[in-house]
Design a protein around this ligand. Structure first.
Ligand code: HGY
Ligand code: MN
Ligand code: MN
Length: 416
């Protein structure tokens, strides 16, 4: 006798339509998205999500960090809810699926349960976490970080963007600074569906990634200070060239990551030189080093190497050096029970699957601190993400959402 709900599947076409509709908000310049956190486009995307959630019979609550919780009531409302969600904000040259798939697949689960009048004992809350990307306001995963008690609300409100605008003010400006404290309400469990953002699943022709671990990250903002001078009349041995120092540190970050192959990674994606004039030797360079590894000892060693080698470069070039940690989380081991639930769902549904370590950071990494949490991934074309060409196939989205549905149903306890 199959378990109750064993034959349930989400409506793949409705999910795909919702993804394509959301993708029209905050379009990029090459078919992707630029819907950065707390912009007018983010507000529009949030409102669309809220409209859809309310049309599906859910009530939407917004906390002081702008995290959105769309609640489908359970038959026993006092039980701790099951969270399922991700993020709607995107990179400046982002794709249509990073984060968005996780939020809209979660919404699709509720739409499906409502269509078929399927109830669960526990409430289910679909979550849109604020500022997962950490581009406009560093660090990444701020909304889920405040919820999990990693950051204080006041600290988060003080984050500023490149124009000096405060996160707290921008949250209020778009009308999503809720009253409820962003303190953890301890969900019963939490699940997140996300595109892999890497090449493994597609290359191995596997439908589903069961995420057992997430690698850790360190973001180090480096400021090198030299002396602005004329690029034509300043002799080479008199220059204190902050731009040269930055170039050498960028190269050494790549060397350090390769030294810890095959799992460590390192790069610099944010960099500015001042005054950024063609005929002035840069007097200052500010850039962010991003190093990651699934192994804490390797991550710690890489951070120490970056600090040491940057100091040696600064000394050799006569530059001042400041290094500030602007983002950090240790490698994550997801909850074995939630991982097993996802794996069993993939198995029952007949989807090919394999265990995988997440290369990217996700809100689930923080929520894992306050509740049993796990993630499921679907492939993405050429493993590409944080690029407007990011793409997935509709059947990948459907498979990921079906696995998510069955793990959530098992955890929220379907009422037969
Ligand atoms: O940086 C990350 O891993 C995520 O995309 N915020
Ligand atoms: Mn993401
Ligand atoms: Mn991302």
């Amino acid at each position: 006798m199959p378990a109750p709900g064993a034959n349930l599947r989400i409506d793949g076409e409705r999910l795909w339509d919702s993804l394509m509709t959301m993708a029209r908000i905050g379009p990029g310049v090459r078919g992707g998205n630029n819907r950065q956190t707390l912009t007018d486009d983010d507000r529009q995307g949030r409102r669309l999500f809220q409209d859809w959630a309310e049309a599906a019979g859910m009530t939407v609550r917004v906390d002081a960090m702008g995290n959105m919780f769309a609640r489908a009531e359970g038959t026993e409302p006092d039980l701790a809810p099951v969270f399922v969600g991700s993020h709607l904000d995107t990179q400046p040259t982002g794709g249509r699926f990073d984060g968005v798939l996780g939020v809209l697949a979660a919404l699709e689960i509720i739409r499906t349960l409502r269509d078929l009048n399927v109830r669960t004992r526990r409430p289910i809350e679909v979550v849109n976490w604020t500022n997962e990307e950490g581009t406009r306001f560093a660090p990444a995963m701020v909304g889920s970080g405040v919820f999990a008690g990693v950051h204080t609300l006041d600290w988060a409100y003080e984050r500023t963007d490149a124009d000096g605008l405060r996160l707290g003010d921008e949250l209020a400006r778009i009308g999503f600074r809720g009253e409820d404290a962003a303190t953890p309400r301890r969900p019963h469990a939490c699940f997140e569906l996300h595109i892999e953002q890497g090449p493994i699943l597609e290359r191995e022709e596997i439908d589903i990634g069961i995420v057992t671990h997430g690698q850790g990250l360190r973001w180090l903002e480096v400021t090198l200070t030299g002396q602005e001078s004329h690029t034509g009349s300043t002799p080479m041995d008199m220059r204190r060239n902050a731009g040269l120092g930055m170039a050498q540190v960028i190269a050494v970050v790549d060397t350090i990551a390769r030294r810890h192959a095959p799992h460590a990674v390192g790069s610099v994606g944010h960099a500015v030189v001042f005054p950024n004039s063609r005929n002035i030797v840069p007097g200052r360079a500010v850039f962010t080093v991003d190093v990651r590894s699934p192994d804490l000892a390797v991550l710690t060693a890489m951070e120490a190497s970056v600090r040491g080698e940057a100091a040696a470069i600064a000394e050799a070039l006569g530059l001042g050096l400041e290094i500030a940690e602007v983002g950090a989380f240790d490698p994550v081991t997801f909850d074995p029970g939630c991982v097993a639930s996802l794996r069993a769902a993939a198995q029952r549904l007949g989807y090919s699957h394999r265990d995988i370590v997440s290369g990217a950071g996700h809100d689930a990494c923080w929520i894992n601190r306050v509740a049993p949490t796990a993630m499921v991934m679907c492939p993405c074309v050429d493993g590409l993400s944080h690029n407007e060409d990011e793409d997935i196939r509709p059947d990948w989205a459907r498979a990921g959402a079906d696995v998510l549905l069955h793990a959530v149903l098992e955890t929220a306890e379907i009422v037969g």
